[in-house]
Design a protein around this ligand. Structure first.
Ligand SMILES: Nc1ncnc2c1ncn2[C@@H]1O[C@H](COP(=O)(O)OP(=O)(O)OP(=O)(O)O)[C@@H](O)[C@H]1O
Ligand SMILES: [Mg+2]
Length: 161
């Protein structure tokens, strides 16, 4: 079920933020988002839109040095960046287990550091850098209950982007 089922071309950071915002507006607690893409592809940029979409006025910044940032909004959002995590750091050491819950939304950059995350119910976003300002955003899920969310996202974003 994990096929890339929605692809969106973004020509600017603003468009990537808009994609995040629309997804945020449709999101509910219990959602886990695994966010892939090379350095500087726009993962944190998308999270900025997402945070906005769930009703926060805060600006998401890369949590690289602190690993986990928490944004209390209408729904509590955890923004996790696993870039600096190594195989010796367990999910429990860094407190990641507390972030993945039915009460919050959890977005994880560099999820491939812990491949077992892909076994959990999630929405996967892949951002590919095409050229300077152009990105391809791909959305998919391994979970039936998130498919309707992605279907709504797809129709809403096609009106706006
Ligand atoms: N279409 C686009 N979408 C998103 N970002 C874009 C786009 N075009 C250019 N950019 C620029 O690319 C950069 C993306 O940075 P960002 O911090 O979001 O990347 P990242 O994937 O989180 O990187 P890292 O892996 O280092 O955390 C920003 O400087 C942004 O302005
Ligand atoms: Mg980042």
């Amino acid at each position: 079920m994990n096929s890339d089922n929605i692809s969106i071309s973004s020509k600017s950071p603003k468009k990537t933020k808009l994609a995040g915002k629309i997804l945020g507006q449709l999101s509910h607690s219990g959602l886990l988002i695994l966010l892939n893409g090379e350095m500087g592809s726009g993962k944190t940029t998308l999270v900025q839109g997402l945070l906005n979409g769930i009703g926060s006025k805060e600006i998401a910044r890369s949590p690289t040095f602190i690993i986990i940032a928490q944004y209390p909004a209408d729904i509590n959002l955890f923004h996790v960046d696993l870039y600096r995590v190594t195989a010796e750091d367990s999910i429990y050491d860094i407190g990641l287990d507390d972030c993945i819950s039915e009460d919050s939304i959890c977005v994880i950059e560099w999820p491939s550091r812990y491949p077992a995350l892909y076994d959990l119910p999630h929405i996967k976003i892949q951002i590919d850098k095409i050229e300077n300002n152009k990105r391809l955003l791909k959305f998919s899920t391994n979970q039936k209950r998130f498919q309707s969310l992605l279907a709504k996202f797809s129709s809403k974003i096609k009106e706006r982007i």
